[in-house]
Design a binder for this molecule. Structure first.
Ligand code: 4AD
Ligand code: MG
Length: 430
């Protein structure tokens, strides 16, 4: 007897097989029970007919509770009327564990309740679809970079310094010293390009963001490519190619999941380079024309980003932000030193910033000056300054937020569904 998974069912039609999974739902009459079984690879309807099975098997089927784990034996049949295409006609059932009364029923639950039961909530089709798409995005991002000759070098999570602003730092005790959870791996990637030229790091980033929004997580994953001998033009070209590749890869391989999520795929199909570009100054003018006046020099909030992005049908680069709202390491524009050579990539449909990137300061003295202006401890940055002492080169890079990308591509309302176990303001359980 072969033990198969549900995704292989089509190859075993007419044969008797064993399946291992969980009971998702059950309907029954006195003569027949329909078990909806899932096994992590798919769903199938298992049919138990009273007069065709032993009384004991009928009894086991009757006892089954929602989410019980089980092994079933039976014969596979094609069933065009079933939403999954196949059925298994059961000859035997073994209960692996009879589940206690399951807290998540098939009716509606509130968000807080579901988040408290996130460890169970991830079993439903919608959450499975999101996790599969997240996996596909990670796979596609890395595959594209690997094919372009990038080398993945992982960067530390425990670090001695701040990079993306001191207000969102998590500090911890490090054998009597202070250490911080990484906000980014970028500074280390600026070191590894000196060895490997084109690199990326991919790992968790931590920011103690006090803002409770639909887009901010406290712990999120970020993919950060960094390139030696690369200016901002090339940096943006790499970003648009990467993003388009990832979106089309999800369309190609995760069509079923996008259907489960009810995602409008026409909007995703339009994600083709080149992406439009507007400057920060143009964006400010555009906002003003739309009744959202913002003084020059202030950063955009989520509503501003939504207005700016709404005029385009694909992601848009907003370039040359005022240096004062950006990180210390960004290279100033040669003709307008008050703005940085940088761009944020805003996703369409109101999803906001998914990428932040820039050309980096490659001059030692200017970098020192910026570290001082930002009140950063020069000691902790000694090694970083060395990179401008020994073979400094023009270089650029960017960071793409995984959960923001998942939220956009899946069309989710909130970032909390983009990770299996999100860490949000006031949420660290489960
Ligand atoms: O714009 P950010 O802060 O840029 C950096 O960290 C640079 N070191 C990147 C680089 O140039 N190597 O963050 C980059 C991206 C954002 O565009 C966003 O997608 C994501 O990281 N991000 C967050 N995602 C979820 N929750 C948060 N609190 C996030 N903060 C940033
Ligand atoms: Mg940013």
């Amino acid at each position: 007897m072969v033990c198969i998974t549900i995704d292989q069912a089509g190859d075993y039609l007419g044969q008797e097989v064993t399946l291992q999974g969980w009971l998702y739902n059950k309907r029954s009459s006195g003569r027949i029970q329909f078990l909806e079984v899932r096994d992590g690879t798919g769903w199938i309807q298992a049919v138990v007919v009273r007069k065709e099975v032993d009384e004991a098997v009928w009894g086991e089927a009757s006892r089954l509770t929602q989410e019980s784990s089980l092994t079933i034996r039976g014969t596979l049949k094609e069933e065009p009327r079933s939403k999954w295409g196949y059925e298994i006609w059961v000859s035997d059932i073994t209960i692996v564990q009879l589940a206690e009364e399951y807290p998540i029923t098939l009716k509606e639950h509130g968000t807080d309740f579901l988040m408290d039961h996130r460890h169970l909530w991830i079993r439903v089709p919608r959450q499975q679809a999101i996790l599969r798409i997240r996996h596909e995005i990670i796979w596609a991002m890395q595959e594209w970079l690997n094919d372009q000759g990038f080398i993945r070098v992982d960067t530390p999570i425990l670090t001695p310094n701040a990079c993306e602003g001191t207000t969102t730092l998590f500090d911890i005790e490090y054998f009597g010293d202070k250490a911080y959870l990484a906000q980014t791996g970028q500074l280390y990637s600026e070191a590894t390009i000196g060895s490997l030229r084109r690199v990326y790091c991919f790992g968790p980033a931590f920011r103690a963001e006090k803002s409770k929004t639909r887009r901010h997580a406290i712990e999120f994953w970020m993919l950060e490519p960094e390139m030696a001998f690369c200016d901002q033009e090339e940096n943006m070209r790499i970003q648009e190619e990467l993003v388009a590749y990832v979106v089309h890869r999800v369309l190609e391989r995760r069509g079923e999941e996008l259907v489960v999520l009810g995602r409008d795929t026409a909007a995703l199909r339009r994600v083709v380079p080149p992406f439009p570009r507007i400057t920060y100054d143009e964006a400010i003018d555009f906002l003003k024309a739309h009744g959202e006046e913002l003084p020059w020099g202030e950063d955009f909030g989520a509503p501003h980003e939504t207005i700016i992005a709404s005029q385009f049908d694909r992601p848009v680069f907003v370039t040359n932000y005022p240096s004062q709202v950006k990180a210390f390491y960004m290279k100033p524009h040669p003709e307008r030193p008050e703005v940085a050579i940088c761009a944020d990539l805003l996703a369409p449909e109101g999803y906001g910033e998914i990428i932040g990137g820039s050309q980096r300061i490659d001059d030692l003295d200017l970098l020192k000056q910026r570290i001082r202006e930002h009140n950063l401890p020069e000691d902790a940055f000694k090694w970083y300054l060395d990179l401008r002492r020994y073979g400094s080169v023009p270089h650029s890079g960017f960071g793409i937020g995984l959960e923001r990308t998942v939220t956009w591509i899946c069309g989710l309302d909130h970032i909390r569904e983009a990770s299996a176990f999100p860490r949000l303001l006031n949420r660290i359980y489960p």
